[in-house]
Write a protein that binds this ligand. Structure first.
Ligand SMILES: [Zn+2]
Length: 275
């Protein structure tokens, strides 16, 4: 099936909005140990079940002016924001060169990237809010990345190669972060990286392969350092105040999926930037 680029962008936008809407539910319920599928959507304020037309991504929030249609309690702007963010990222997944699982048909490549986003977006949001990365999300994220590597590799007649490289990258991500974490803890006398970060690094390896993992971690360290410096300079972060690293790993992972080759070149040849 061949799709015109505008059609692919339209599909990405709509899927991104709908998936973002579901991820809102995951981000809200998972840290509370609630099921993400049952019961259906309800207002957290009055508990009223929400009919489907109160639940259309973005549109319902705008039409209801950010309030529950039953009790008028304000609905957090986080809901439409996550839906928009998800849609924007899905559109970026359609860029030429995006993808880390070989040469795939555009729609399949988009869906694979969308699955990766569906692990990274909730992990980043939950870590930002609670400083924790839920173990089951990380674990199933690793498993799904390896399964997809095998399946998409088989489709291209190289299941063993793709799976081997991605499994190796997952193992390296896990071990590297665990040893850095142990070393930093000895050096600083306090936990520096959570064990959740090591599992998230394994997830990135499983989805991105070795080179993709390298680009993701390098991007995450750069983004995290910028955030730390900006936070200290603006006084929003205290000295030695910890901040979650998961959102930066997740952002690095998304960047790596979309543009590992150009970012990799920039990082290896920084003289191009004049540094
Ligand atoms: Zn309500």
């Amino acid at each position: 099936m061949s799709l015109s680029p505008p059609m692919l962008v339209l599909i990405a936008t709509l899927l991104g909005l709908c998936v973002g809407s579901f991820l809102n539910v995951v981000v809200w319920r998972l840290p509370r140990d609630e099921s993400v599928v049952w019961p259906g959507s309800h207002c957290p304020h009055c508990g009223h079940d929400l009919p489907w037309f109160h639940n259309i991504p973005l549109l319902s929030w705008l039409l209801l002016r950010g309030r529950c249609g039953f009790c008028s309690a304000p609905i957090s702007v986080q809901y439409p924001a996550v839906e928009l963010l998800s849609a924007g990222l899905w559109v970026l997944l359609t860029l030429p060169g995006a993808g880390r699982m070989g040469e795939l048909p555009p729609l399949l490549n988009l869906l694979a990237g969308g699955m990766l986003l569906s692990w990274l977006l909730p992990l980043a949001l939950i870590d930002a809010r609670t400083m924790r990365l839920p173990e089951p999300l990380c674990r199933w994220g690793v498993v799904s990345g390896l399964l997809l590597s095998a399946a998409l590799g088989a489709l291209q007649g190289q299941a063993a190669e793709l799976l081997l490289w991605h499994a190796t990258a997952a193992a390296i991500g896990l071990l590297a972060f665990e040893s850095i974490s142990a070393g930093a803890e000895r050096l600083l006398g306090m936990p520096a990286l959570g064990l959740g970060d090591a599992k998230l690094a394994a997830l990135l390896g499983a989805w991105l392969g070795l080179k993709g993992l390298g680009v993701a971690i390098a991007s995450a360290v750069l983004l995290g350092a910028l955030f730390g410096v900006a936070g200290r300079l603006s006084g929003r972060l205290g000295p030695r105040q910890p901040f979650p690293f998961g959102p930066f790993l997740a952002a690095g992972g998304v960047l790596s999926w979309i543009a590992a080759d150009p970012i990799g070149k920039l990082l290896i040849q920084p003289d191009r930037l004049g540094v």
